[in-house]
Design a protein around this ligand. Structure first.
Ligand SMILES: NC(=O)c1ccc[n+]([C@@H]2O[C@H](COP(=O)([O-])OP(=O)(O)OC[C@H]3O[C@@H](n4cnc5c(N)ncnc54)[C@H](O)[C@@H]3O)[C@@H](O)[C@H]2O)c1
Length: 430
């Protein structure tokens, strides 16, 4: 039987490290490379990670996963590379491909004597990028696509805090290739991930796969904004519980329940920027993008909406309230707070109010803010609490005893209280 391909993972950041471990666990021998020496040393020491499963996986994969010190060494030892590199958004919302191009420039010189070396781009890229990468490698290093190397696009639909499960339980896996050989190679790798579910591999050409990745996220953001649009009705109309409306319409299978419950705006490192990137792409292609623009606009007005609600509710407190922001990150099990509800509310209120943060997790970066780790102490120190992401542990906030009026503004509609001193305002319910 032919041995599984040996894979080099380039970029061992939030996604790359977990992905490399799934490869090592399922597919076999995997090498990891990152330019950041701090990251390499922390992997070697298996320093505690917040991402569930990661430390256990690294420990279990001791024999199948090893770190290499140079790209040259990694390519020599492997049959293909997965590139999981940053593609930060530029001012015009296009993704910056420079990390990938830099890396390809380091890979190129070592491919001359390789046959069909796999270069699998896992990072999210602008539609059209992979064809540019192929041309660059061919021209600059005198290589032939389909002979020396095969470039494929294979982004993953994951969220931080559940990466391992999201990879293995995803509904679909996008595989973009302009060559049949590319599909064959990736199918071979993924049969170890999804032995009986190979139909979830969606074989597309490179541009189709590039468009699909951002289209999926853009569609989900549209659904979230639609939910928030409905939620806004309750700000104006009495006797409306939008969660009941959502519960009813979600039973229509054409609509479905996912992303159709009361919650805050979409946030984090993927949803907002993927939608904006898709707008930019449609603009370039001269396709009307007003639907996606509205999605973004509705998202952007949510914070202002929360502040308006706060201004109404705060009247229940006689003095200038101290505000508590509960949940700094954009979701549970991650420290990432890119565009998180807490940070967006903070930006609007910090000049006028004293603000204290709390989170179920702890990260040294949280110390930049006024942060109280102990939940009860946090509760006692503030007057108005915003619950900014959903976590069962936050439910306890409505159970503490208090003789001072407290207001909890729950953006996720999951906190209840019988305490007459604690007023709960669930967004979307009036
Ligand atoms: N994090 C997510 O939730 C998520 C979800 C889906 C897709 N993605 C996409 O995956 C890609 C990676 O995201 P991430 O969150 O893991 O980023 P990250 O910043 O956490 O990790 C990127 C890693 O690449 C390393 N790196 C940079 N240049 C390098 C080079 N030349 N050689 C080797 N290593 C290098 C960095 O040191 C870093 O460790 C992005 O395109 C992102 O859009 C991320």
């Amino acid at each position: 039987m032919k041995a599984n391909l040996k894979i080099l993972c380039i970029g061992l950041g939030k996604l790359g490290l977990v992905f490399s471990q799934v490869l090592a666990e399922r597919n076999g021998k995997t090498f990891g490379y990152d330019v950041n020496k701090k990251i390499l040393s922390s992997i070697k020491k298996n320093e505690k990670s917040i991402e569930p499963n990661l430390n256990k996986l690294i420990k279990r994969n001791k024999r199948t996963f090893s770190i290499v010190n140079t790209i040259k060494e990694g390519i020599k030892l492997s049959d293909g590379a997965f590139l999981v590199l940053p593609t930060p958004s530029k001012k015009n919302h296009e993704f910056d491909n420079s990390y990938i191009l830099n890396s390809l420039n380091k890979i190129g010189p070592h491919l001359k004597n390789k046959k069909n070396y796999l270069i699998n781009i896992t990072s999210t890229v602008n539609p059209g990028s992979c064809e540019i990468f192929i041309k660059m490698l061919e021209k600059k290093f005198n290589l032939k696509h389909g002979k020396n190397f095969i470039l494929t696009y294979n982004p993953h639909l994951i969220a931080l805090g559940s990466i391992y499960n999201d990879i293995l339980k995803s509904d679909l896996v996008l595989i973009g290739s302009n060559l049949k050989k590319g599909f064959r190679i990736l199918k071979n790798i993924y049969k170890s991930f999804y032995p009986k579910q190979l139909s979830k591999l969606k074989m597309l050409n490179l541009k189709e796969a590039e468009i699909s990745k951002i289209a999926i996220n853009s569609y989900i953001t549209m659904k979230i904004s639609y939910t928030n649009l409905l939620s806004q009705i309750s700000d104006k109309t009495k006797n409306i519980d939008v969660s009941k409306i959502l519960n009813a319409i979600g039973d229509d299978k054409r609509i479905g329940r996912k992303y159709l419950s009361l919650g805050a705006m979409y946030s984090g490192p993927c949803f907002p920027r993927d939608n904006l990137n898709f707008i930019q792409y449609l603009k370039k292609e001269k396709v009307n993008f007003s639907l996606l623009k509205s999605t973004d606009e509705i998202n952007n007005i949510q914070t202002t909406r929360y502040i308006k609600i706060f201004n109404q509710e705060r009247k229940k407190i006689k003095k200038k309230p101290i505000i508590g922001l509960c949940g700094i990150s954009y979701k549970e099990n991650t420290f990432v707070n890119t565009k998180s509800p807490a940070m967006e509310i903070y930006k609007k209120l910090f000049k006028k109010y004293k603000i204290i943060f709390h989170d179920v997790n702890y990260h040294e970066n949280f110390e930049k803010y006024n942060f109280i780790k102990d939940q009860k102490k946090f509760f006692n120190s503030v007057d108005v609490i915003f619950i900014c992401y959903k976590n069962e542990k936050f439910k306890k906030l409505s159970k503490y005893s208090t003789n001072k009026n407290k207001i909890i503004i729950d953006l996720w509609n999951f906190t209840r209280s019988n305490n007459r001193k604690i007023f709960i305002k669930n967004i979307g319910v009036n």
